[in-house]
Design a protein around this ligand. Structure first.
Ligand code: AMP
Length: 284
């Protein structure tokens, strides 16, 4: 497995790969790899000839007072896990390499970024779409793998590639969970033992919301209130939001329509970290 840290080496390597007629799979991450990230690498390995993993903790997507400096960076272990999962090349640029000058240019996606994570973290999505555009520009034509774990991010990146004709096909991959249902996250390492146990309430609340819809509930606000009440009953958890949305527009419909799919999205703080999770449900 090749490990590259400069933009020019990474760009030239993937240009050579494509010149040989091979397809490129791209897996952008911030490292601290877990099974969720590895599932993206494996999906890319199954579809593409050459798989490139990127590891970059992007300062632009962290707000003031967020965990940028504390964010875990276990690079040696990440490289071993990436190689075992089948990655062919890893791009690990420094912050100076990615941003030699303070960026004066930003990529901004309207509407889809207004609510949920966009409302709680006002500068977050511009940071994500700007760095992902840079990575797409450096890597070139490819298939890029993103997790449904960050459901809003996936919708935003998909829309960006379409609006801007970026030569990248975005592939969404299912959420990988711990045995007790907690969605895997690099931030789960911040949880104490009691918080780790309390964190399972998030997935339980989502499943309770999905069960209500499966049983015939059509009013999103009733489902949202029920999910919120389950989080509020857990003393160690603090709800940020619990919403029922259309999976494409990310807007809450007035009423759920039979034969469509709804997406339940939730964020709660348990101890230090904000934990994200979501679930799709068919409206019967
Ligand atoms: P991150 O390193 O947190 O920026 O995540 C990099 C990519 O891995 C993003 O596309 C995430 O959505 C995806 N990802 C993170 N956790 C999971 C998970 N539990 N299951 C599936 N994908 C995940």
């Amino acid at each position: 497995m090749l490990v590259l840290s400069t933009k020019s080496e990474f760009r030239e390597h993937l240009e050579t790969v494509r010149a040989l007629g091979r397809t490129v799979g791209l897996v952008p991450t911030m490292g601290a790899l877990h099974e969720g990230h590895l599932s993206l690498i494996r999906a890319a390995v199954a579809d593409c000839d050459v798989v490139a993993l990127t590891i970059f903790v992007n300062p632009l997507q962290f707000g003031a007072g967020e965990d940028l400096s504390a964010y875990p960076r276990p690079l040696e272990r990440d490289l071993e896990l990436a190689e075992d999962a089948g990655a062919d090349v890893v791009f690990t640029p420094s912050t100076d390499e990615m941003y030699p000058e303070p960026t004066l240019s930003n990529v901004h996606v309207e509407e889809l970024t207004a609510g949920m994570e966009g409302a709680s973290r006002p500068t977050h999505f511009d940071g994500v779409t700007t760095v992902v555009t840079k990575l797409f520009n450096i890597a070139g034509p490819s298939r890029a793998y993103f997790g449904e774990k960050d459901f809003q991010q996936l919708a935003v990146v998909r829309r960006m590639t379409m609006d801007l004709d970026q030569p990248v096909t975005v592939i969404g991959c299912p959420i990988v969970r711990e045995a007790d249902g907690l969605a895997m996250s690099s931030r789960n390492v911040y949880l104490s033992a009691s918080e780790r146990e309390a964190a399972t309430v998030i997935n339980r609340a989502l499943r309770a919301g999905a069960a209500m819809i499966s049983a015939g509930e059509r009013d999103p606000s009733v489902v949202e209130t029920h999910m919120a009440s389950i989080i509020e009953a857990e003393p160690l958890a603090e709800l940020d939001y619990a919403v029922v949305v259309d999976p494409d527009s990310l807007e809450t419909p007035a009423e759920l329509v039979s034969g469509t799919t709804a997406r339940l999205l939730m964020v709660a703080k348990v101890g230090t970290p904000r934990l994200l999770d979501n679930l799709g449900v068919d409206v019967p």
